[in-house]
Design a protein around this ligand. Sequence first.
Ligand code: IVH
Length: 708
Amino acid sequence: MTETILVQDLSEDQARAELARLAQILLRANDQYHAKDAPEISDAEYDRLKRRNAEIELRFPDLKRQDSPSEMVGARPADGFTKVTHAVAMMSLGNAFDAADVADFDRSVRKYLGLGADASLSYTAEPKIDGLSLSLRYERGALVQAATRGDGQVGENVTENALNIQGIPHHIENAPAILEVRGEVYMSHRDFDALNARQAETGGKSFANPRNAAAGSLRQLDARITRSRPLGFFAYAWGELSEPLSDTQMGAIRRLGDFGFDTNALTQVCDTTDQLLAHYRLIEEQRATLGYDIDGVVYKVDDLALQSRLGFRSTTPRWAIAHKFPAELAWTRLEGIDIQVGRTGALSPVARLHPVTVGGVVVSNATLHNEDYIAGRNAKGGEIRDGKDIRIGDWVQVYRAGDVIPKVADVDLSKRPDNAVAYDFPTRCPECGSDAIREEGDAVRRCTGGLICPAQAVEKLKHFVSRKAFDIDGLGARQVEAFYVDPDLPVKTPADIFTLQKRDAANLNKLANRKGWGVQSAANLWAAIEEKRAIPLGRLLFALGIRHLGEAASNLIATHYGSWEAFERAITAAADRTGPEWEELLGIDGVGEVMAQTLVASFAQQAERQSIDALVAQLDVQDATKPKTEGSPVAGLTVVFTGTLEKMTRAEAKARAEALGAKVSGSVSKKTDILIAGPGAGSKAKKAAELGVRTLDEDGWLQLITPA
Ligand code: IVH
């Protein structure tokens, strides 16, 4: 029976037999589908078999049949892309906006590595392509999978579409057995203009910019559409490799070029930050004539051994940074100011603008940040924009950079109308009427209504279902807004989402009979909700929408505590902000005092805690996976560093220990397993000796953690 064998394990004979079997089933299913007969297999099964067929054809291109199902015209569209877990996470980049940020980056790299200001250190500099990133997996030289970035951990399988992109080789000669090539898919200006012209002729939708067009084209369920839209691909990085490509970034890029990928000709090695900045200016000068969009220049440490020592923060490498081009600007009139109330109660002023084009996009709303920003003065009396306030009717300067929300940057007082009056920032929430107050040191005025404020509750729910949180198919911002006010099927808190189906079953006015819904879409929604009952701890924490608790910190906290039970116990015990649980929370790299305070306060607040408990009762919270520490001699141990380290900096030592599954603590206690004491160690070494804690010097520690 070939049908149960994994594609990667099929022999050639088995593959031939399996392709024949799949062709028979799929061709028949296709006929049935088009004849509108009762289909014998479900859509999901059909898609699964079709993917299996495509994967086998990829592995054994010579066995592809004349009547291959992958060539079937008018085949059923897939109902979505399958998910792919990246073997190595796809990271994003930190940003630099000026020469000072670049100097800071260089300093931090040197500091981490313990290199002096004069030690030689080379970087590569290359354009930052404004497209979407793609990871291509080759096994024994054959392209077996193409995946989008997704959330960095899990992307979408777009293999069939990637096969239609020129510049993505289907086969590579002399490649490592496993090779994941990463780079950017983009659309050239010429192809973008032609596509939009074609779309206009055929009444199709036009795209706002080449990046959206590239994303829309790559993420087509019908791979033939991808084929009809020319896309390019620049290779600039890699994921899993069975052997290194080179010793240097530049060398690795050359190898990728030798394999047949386009690599960017403006990639260059620079030996000083001055050279980096000079190359940045050169690329900036050429920007308008490149023929494709770029939004900055990426700098990477050239030496790959140093890259690997530097490693990653939670979502960005320490060894690379994106130096962004300055934002685009325009002047227009401020027609009004609206106040939006966010999920944490923040009253955010939004400028309503006379529509104006900024960098190719029409802008009619922009953020005004907060009340001080409008007043031109911060709480301490310091000036913002030289103290100029902003009034309705003023001429204001708007800027946008990349994908971020446009901002109001400046005001032209010479054009101020005579009747313009200073803006009175509301002190009551415009949504629920509760007092809106400013806490000391907070630039933001916040509604005190908590969950009784409908705006806060709805925004919390929207955040809860958003892509990086629960990401429930068919339950987006629009549906959440509708359910919130639904008299028969209300969703007021996240827990209500998970009782929807049960409550609907008990109602007369069934969701399936309502406008905009049907039996199928309601069933799909119940299935999508069920699917998310099992949720990884990090996602759950992020989904709670607690102030300051972003995606990265949520994941750090999740990996630290491992399980919901351990986390909940610790957070509850930390409520009084003293004691070992509080110290432990503060000790997590990436968790600061402010974040820790808001976190424990949220869990200590009765209404909020009730809402969280009710939610968790509905879920199956999955433990966070700790970094792979199999065979690590220090996994699970608590270690403390003290004194001077000579072989590496403290930050690097800490990061390495954590990567090996050790917990790094700042103080010696009974719980300490190992103290690593360098020269100059004082009281900690003494305490360790008293407690009988194992003590090593730096070499002893390195010996312990370096595999023999
Ligand atoms: S390197 C581990 N190089 O920018 C770092 N990224 O803001 C891997 N991008 O997600 C990325 N051009 O999609 C790198 N020359 C370049 C790039 C580039 C564009 C994108 C990439 C990444 C995003 C981060």
